[in-house]
Design a protein around this ligand. Structure first.
Ligand SMILES: *[C@@H]1O[C@H](CO)[C@@H](O)[C@H](O)[C@H]1NC(C)=O
Ligand SMILES: *[C@@H]1O[C@H](CO)[C@@H](O)[C@H](O)[C@H]1NC(C)=O
Length: 452
């Protein structure tokens, strides 16, 4: 995508001899939840905003400059993330995926100030990635597609993409120098409210057409969107069961050319495996949010993700997950020290990033040997982006994670969760995962699942 790459491609075409440098990187950043009203003098009961005169009764503690787990992002947090990304691999970065929810859920500004806030975030990314293309994706908190939004992002989008974006919030990017096509979906059109609307139907037709075209051209495809298919206990979302099932059928049908699916929305680091008759055929990786997150089931630190891939065919080779220990950053007052959290292949000991390898990983989260419990802890630590909590993820909770990863059909997910619940009930208790009992419980669960 960079001009340098275009030049390199031209030189390659002219000289015939050189093989294009194969390794490239792309950022996946998501869920900024920028709150222009965040202030360290704010009140956590008021989304970390200034309390009005009457309400300020000394109930609130001083908040951090870089944000608070119970609130959306401060500007300083997002600026620190942008500064950090500039220092990493900038010369090899090919593009940036920016998967939506730009503005805080509770930001009450009018349309005009929301637009201003999005413009400010766009400018920040334009400065951060001055020679790169950022591919924006609409989240459920973002405005509906419009001419003004399209104009805001026109420096990143080719003409054809601008047209479909303006009409429906989706578009495709053909990489001129490689066999990789990026397909950006508007997953808001999968919601129960929208899923039978004319725009939703147009997106399906368009998606089928793009995947057919890619098949004929022997292109590989990245599918990019805000909300992943499937279910999750963290952020129940009203994706229509029909749209969810249809999406999964589409992925199964075209699994051979889908080199990856990338989503945000959950504010958690997790993954999904898609099966076709029990055979793992495709995967989706869900990146954690830039925004901190507080949740009864486990909070999370801010995260940024840098993928490593083969630029010729899009094959994902690895990613490095970066994060900010928010509590430490606020204690340090002066500095937000973003740092590498882990590398996917090394962390889980994967030989490659594929549906089969991720299926094997998921399988280790399922059956409860002591070794598997360790893998689950690793997974949970990543899921929460190293937020240190008094882990209250019991056996049922652990199994819910397994169900969310492997059972993407809504009904299958519910059945998976219920089966675990009754297995645990049969075992008589639901001990915290830290207790030694858990191994017994998980083994029991494993046995039950082997039998079923
Ligand atoms: C956007 O940036 C301008 C210039 O820095 C600032 O005055 C304005 O308050 C910002 N607006 C929002 C909503 O962030
Ligand atoms: C993780 O991957 C990055 C990028 O490939 C590399 O620079 C770094 O050394 C790796 N870190 C670890 C801990 O392996």
């Amino acid at each position: 995508m960079e001009i340098a790459n275009l030049v390199l491609t031209l030189i390659c075409v002219i000289s015939f001899t050189c093989t294009h440098a194969k390794i490239g990187y792309f950022w996946h950043i998501t869920d900024f939840h920028y709150d222009p009203l965040y202030t360290p003098q704010g009140d956590t009961r008021r989304h970390c905003r200034r309390a009005d005169e009457r309400g300020s009764s000394g109930h609130h503690r001083a908040l951090g400059r870089f944000g608070d787990y119970s609130c959306d992002s401060s500007l300083e947090l997002i600026e620190s993330a942008a500064r950090y990304m500039r220092t990493r691999h900038s010369e090899n970065v090919e593009f940036v995926l920016w998967t939506g929810d730009i503005i805080a859920a509770t930001y009450t500004g009018n349309e005009d100030t929301k637009y201003q806030a999005i413009r400010n975030m766009t400018e920040l990314l334009s400065q951060t990635f001055s020679s790169h293309f950022v591919f924006p994706v609409l989240g459920h908190l973002d405005p509906a597609p419009s001419a003004s939004l399209t104009n805001l992002w026109m420096h990143w989008l080719p003409l054809e993409a601008m047209q479909t974006f303006q009409n429906g919030g989706y578009y495709t990017i053909e990489q001129s120098y490689s066999k990789l096509r990026i397909v950006v979906l508007n997953t808001n059109l999968f919601s129960a409210r929208e899923s039978s609307s004319p725009p939703a139907k147009r997106q399906w037709d368009w998606l089928d057409g793009e995947l057919e075209k890619a098949t004929n051209n022997k292109d590989m495809v990245y599918i990019v969107g805000h909300a992943a298919p499937g279910s999750d206990s963290r952020y129940p979302y009203d994706t229509s069961p029909d749209a969810n099932a249809k999406y999964l059928r589409t992925v199964r049908r075209h699994a051979r050319i889908i080199a990856g699916q990338f989503f945000g929305h959950l504010h958690a680091d997790t993954f999904r495996v898609i099966y076709d008759n029990d055979r793992p055929v495709s995967w989706a990786l869900l990146a954690p949010s830039v925004s901190p997150h507080r949740d009864p089931g486990g909070s999370s630190n801010p995260g940024l993700r840098l993928y490593k891939f083969d630029t010729n065919n899009g094959k994902v080779l690895d990613y490095t997950q970066y994060y900010l220990d928010l509590a430490a950053a606020n204690r340090n007052a002066g500095a937000a020290e973003w740092t590498a959290e882990y590398n996917l292949t090394q962390y889980y000991g994967l030989h490659e990033v594929s549906a089969v390898s991720l299926h094997n990983l998921a399988d280790k989260l399922r059956i409860g040997t002591p070794h598997e419990t360790n893998v689950f802890y690793k997974y949970l630590r990543a899921y929460n982006v190293r937020y240190e909590s008094s882990d209250n993820c019991d056996g049922a909770c652990a199994h819910q994670h397994f169900c969310a990863i492997t059972c993407l059909e809504h009904l299958a997910y519910r059945q998976c969760v219920e089966a675990a619940a009754s297995a645990l009930a049969a075992a008589g208790e639901s001990a915290p995962l830290v207790a030694p009992l858990v191994n017994v419980l998980l083994t029991l669960m494993g046995l039950v699942f082997l039998v079923v």
